[in-house]
Design a binder for this molecule. Sequence first.
Ligand SMILES: [Fe+2]
Ligand SMILES: [Fe+2]
Length: 317
Amino acid sequence: MHAADKVVITTLVENYVDMLIPDTDTVKRPGLAYHFDLRNQKILAENGLAMLVDVYFGGKRYRILLDTGLTDTVILHNMSALGISPNEIDHVVLSHGHPDHYGGLLGLLKARDYPLTVTLHPDAFLIRHVKAGNGMVIPYYNQSLRRDEIEAAGARLVLARDPVPVCPAATTTGEIPFEVAFEPPGPAAGTASSLWCLRDGRFEEDATVDDMALIVNIKDKGLLVITGCAHAGVINTIHHARKITGEEKIYALLGGFHLGFPGIPADKCTMTIEELKGLNPTVVSPMHCSGFRTLAAVQQAMPEAFLLNTAGAQITL
Ligand SMILES: [Fe+2]
Ligand SMILES: [Fe+2]
């Protein structure tokens, strides 16, 4: 796998927005002056994730979009505010088939003048139900991800369980094996809720095996790993990223850590952070579904590496 000369990540959709966080050498954000200027469109936040990952290699820029947020309203609005045209996206990777990650896809496709390659795991299309701990059932909560609809809107699908290279220096992880003891299958492990999917006409427990991350190899630095929800576990994801690339050094980790789900035990958060500390990454940014408890704990355990990501932030690595 080649190494990128530079990577610039623009956070298009995130749960948080904050105009008061000061810029640093690596992170620039639309600040107070931007937000108070009547002429500017304001940056919106929502409970979802979308990261535009610009990979610079061999004098070219590859614009890869990991996930599309919960609604097309927010991603298209924030792209417009940041001066990014839907036509500029080269490749979409969907981390998994949950609405807070694919929700803006159909609108994005319709906003373009050209077809768009979309890589995802075939299980992303399975019919899914939630049975919440209080007995509530949410039937077919992913019904807005329809293959016929997105193909008709211009999606050219790459359905793959294995890693898919998306440019010379970036790849998807493909399906991630569950190897770490405290990160077993089952996105709601440790909670009273359960997830179900319909496979071959039968309901089975849904381990969200379609969950995958995006990896970029950065020259002289190491791997950048960007997770969607990390249903497969953040540490499982990192182990798999190292294995498929042959690169040991984890330079930066960003994305959802899936530790904010109600009922997830505090020691899972503690064990995750202990493992992360051992890897000594330069940047760690728990986002989206990581939960405030995890953000606070990472900030305390790894203050130099911790990065609070927000909608509109631009990170240069
Ligand atoms: Fe999520
Ligand atoms: Fe998810």
